[in-house]
Design a binder for this molecule. Structure first.
Ligand SMILES: [Zn+2]
Length: 318
């Protein structure tokens, strides 16, 4: 869906008059590009049209790739586009902090709840183990591991289930002296219900259906390096922040199926889903792949306006 442009571009964010709560969630691992601009614009437009609130959440969980310079650039680029938000790291609000690297206790609580309910098991497979277990040529383990969002193609290979029978660590008796259970030391995977169809109605793309165990396998919710996965952090934050509609790119459709399972396991209500079609160039190639030439930074420097960027009036690749 292409955004429609109007005189509202420069307007300030009004006070919410409805219970709609949307969010935009940039990752400060690079400059925002055209695809982000369209998706975030749509999210803003939908929140505004609903008379609701838009929350900006900085998804900076990747300690190696997240940089302060990209976070600052994201605020600046979003404002330049005309997007306004009511809550965020720069504005505070009732659900602060709005920066994921400062919300670890929220994710730990979700991890513990999943563990206690029997949904998780520790996975000791190395990347080499996984590569050896996966033979199909299109299946590959990405450099970012099984984080989900970091792998924008969402081609996380189906986990072969090697560690499914690993015993969970012994349950500690609750008590004032008991150490809290901690996930450190191994990957933790969510056991998906093999064969169950996960269905949802996307408000933009219509009915969606993914089969657990076939379209996606047991996925990581906490990484060996101590970082919660995108899937876990996203559902924990969306629930804690009262998000009623998630607007994001269609590359995350399969992640939505995973997140529906997490919501169910955690007793969270599903938000509504609105996935935006991915922006492709004249050759059908995803624009996200041309990150440098189509960053908002570089397009601004070349004199393009927000209207050019949001209406697909882009320079043709040489
Ligand atoms: Zn394993």
């Amino acid at each position: 869906m292409l955004p429609t442009l109007g005189s509202s571009m420069a307007s300030i964010a009004p006070t919410p008059t409805s219970s709609y709560r949307g969010r935009i969630a940039p990752s400060p691992t690079g400059y925002l590009h055209v695809g982000h601009a369209r998706t975030f614009w749509t999210a803003w437009q939908r929140a505004r049209d609903a008379g609701g609130a838009l929350i900006l959440r900085m998804e900076d969980l990747d300690p190696d790739r997240s940089k302060a310079i990209y976070a600052e650039a994201a605020y600046d680029d979003l404002r330049w586009l005309g997007i306004r938000w009511q809550e965020g790291p720069d504005k505070a609000g009732p659900c602060a902090p709005y920066v994921q690297s400062r919300r670890r206790s929220v994710y730990l609580a979700a991890w513990r709840a999943l563990l206690r309910r029997g949904f998780l098991y520790p996975c000791h497979c190395s990347r080499k183990d996984l590569e050896a277990a996966l033979s199909a040529p299109h299946e590959r383990v990405t450099a970012q591991g099984a984080g989900g969002k970091l792998d924008m193609e969402d081609d996380e290979p189906i986990y072969p289930g090697t560690c499914r029978r690993n015993p969970a660590p012994p349950r500690q008796l609750p008590g004032p002296t008991a150490e809290p259970e901690m996930p450190e030391g191994s990957n933790w995977r969510f056991r998906v219900p093999d064969g169950e169809a996960i269905e949802f109605i996307d408000r933009n793309l219509g009915p969606q259906r993914y089969v657990a165990g076939r379209d996606f396998g047991d996925f990581v919710v906490w990484r060996r390096d101590g970082v919660p996965s995108y899937q876990l952090a996203c559902v924990a934050d969306d629930a804690a922040m009262g998000i009623t509609e998630v607007v994001r790119g269609a590359d995350l459709l399969k992640s939505t199926a995973r997140q529906i399972l997490l919501n169910r396991a955690l007793g969270y209500a599903d938000p509504a889903w609105f996935h935006c079609r991915l922006v492709v160039d004249h050759n059908g190639r995803r624009l996200a792949k041309r990150h440098d030439s189509l960053s908002l930074r570089s397009l601004r420097q070349r004199g393009l306006t927000p209207m050019n960027i949001l209406s697909a009036d882009l320079p043709v690749e040489e």
